[in-house]
Design a protein around this ligand. Structure first.
Ligand code: NAD
Ligand code: DAU
Length: 332
């Protein structure tokens, strides 16, 4: 058995990673460390908690992290503050969890000589123009826009520095926008689905021309496994599934799939500093590691995601009023 420590395993992507790993990689013995912030929910791991070790704790707690890292073979580091809009309301938790937290993991990995895979985002590269044929590649210069993306960029640079200066065994992946089950309802797609289910109109920032490169969370996670198995130490792999669509298209498609008038949404205040377009060139991942995405039909993926939120009202309903009140304060 290979021991794997997963940080942030009670969040959206981390919990899907736990489920995916248990189903597809039975040779891993899993430990999760999660602070259980507003975004972490042990219910995301319902049914599998007895198969893993779950530790409620903060990755900034260096003593705890040191012990857990000393007991594992590999660390897969998902834990972070992840929402841009929250980073505009209060950047501080982002500095702590994303920068200090990553440094704490790195120091333990260095001390105990363990393997690290660091989960990051395409947002570290800033944004692209709508009419630019370019996509992000591993050579694109870092140019992050928000407190969230800049702390993620900083965390990547910390990993790169620990590789170069101390020779730790680490890989980095920068992925595009994920969707799927267990995503917090503050995020774009689940917010609109749960708005419609709650009798609230979907909310589009600005004109809705901004483009995101959507990928199903299981495709992100199977790419992470490919990198863990075959990735070269010190390398960065970009993960994306050619899923570029603008926000207006996504809102209209969700409305249509839910049997509503596709124009029944409202425009709300735009996000300050709103990145225009993200697009991933995943050639390195595809050619070097032989990875291919499985869930490339976005419409079918949205349909399945709508079904999940419709069937799991108890998972999100208690949070809805609070999330919407926070957005309403900003006219969003
Ligand atoms: P999320 O907000 O749903 O989950 C984050 C998890 O980390 C939560 O369970 C939270 O409790 C935990 N956490 C936060 N701070 C912690 C701390 N100090 N100590 C321990 N646990 C802590 O986020 P997500 O969308 O699942 O994102 C996971 C990772 O993937 C992040 O690193 C994010 O930057 C990256 N990422 C996300 C996307 C996306 O589309 N959501 C895309 C690319 C990369
Ligand atoms: O690109 C990867 C990133 O994707 C991850 O690093 C982040 O953790 C993740 O949150 C996501 O960031 P975005 O800011 O792109 O995602 P969000 O779901 O917040 O918004 C997606 C787009 O939808 C963005 O252009 C803003 C817009 N939006 C968002 C909300 C919540 C709306 O138009 N209306 C909304 O109500």
């Amino acid at each position: 058995m290979t021991k794997m420590l997963i940080t942030g395993g009670a969040g959206f992507i981390g919990s899907n990673f736990v489920h995916y790993t248990l189903q597809n990689y039975p040779d891993y013995q899993l430990t999760v460390i999660d602070k259980l912030t507003y975004a972490g929910n042990p219910d995301n791991l319902a049914g599998v908690l007895e198969k893993i070790e779950f530790v409620t704790g903060d990755i900034c707690d260096r003593e705890l992290v040191d012990r857990l890292v000393s007991e594992t073979d590999i660390v897969v580091h998902f834990a972070a503050e992840s929402h841009n809009d929250n980073s505009l309301r209060d950047p501080w938790p982002f500095v702590e969890s994303n920068l200090v937290g990553t440094a704490s993991i790195l120091e333990a990995v260095r001390k105990h000589g363990k393997r690290l895979h660091h989960i990051s985002t395409d947002e570290v590269y800033g944004d692209l123009e709508l009419d630019d044929p370019a996509k992000f590649t591993p050579e694109t210069p870092y140019n992050a826009s928000s407190p969230y993306s800049s702390t993620k960029a900083g965390s990547d640079l910390l990993v790169k520095a620990w590789v170069r200066s101390f020779g730790i065994h680490a890989t980095i992946s920068n992925c595009s926008n994920n969707y799927g089950p267990y995503q917090h309802i503050e995020k774009f797609i689940p917010r609109q689905i749960t708005n419609i289910l709650s009798g609230i109109k979907p909310k589009l920032y600005g004109e809705g021309k901004n483009v995101r490169d959507w990928i199903h969370v299981d495709d992100h996670n199977n790419a992470v496994h490919a990198i863990i198995e075959k990735g070269r130490s010190g390398e960065t792999y970009l993960i994306g599934a050619d899923g570029e669509e603008n926000n207006k298209y996504i809102v209209e498609t969700i409305l249509e799939l839910m049997g509503k008038d596709k124009n029944d949404y409202e425009h709300v205040n735009d996000r300050p500093g709103h990145d225009m377009r993200y697009a991933i060139d995943a050639t390195k991942l595809r050619e070097e590691l032989g990875w291919e995405p499985k869930y490339t039909n976005l419409r079918a993926g949205l349909e399945a995601t709508i079904d999940w939120y419709t069937e799991n009202r108890a998972w999100w309903e208690a949070e809805k009023a609070k999330v919407e009140a926070a957005y309403a304060e900003k006219g969003q």
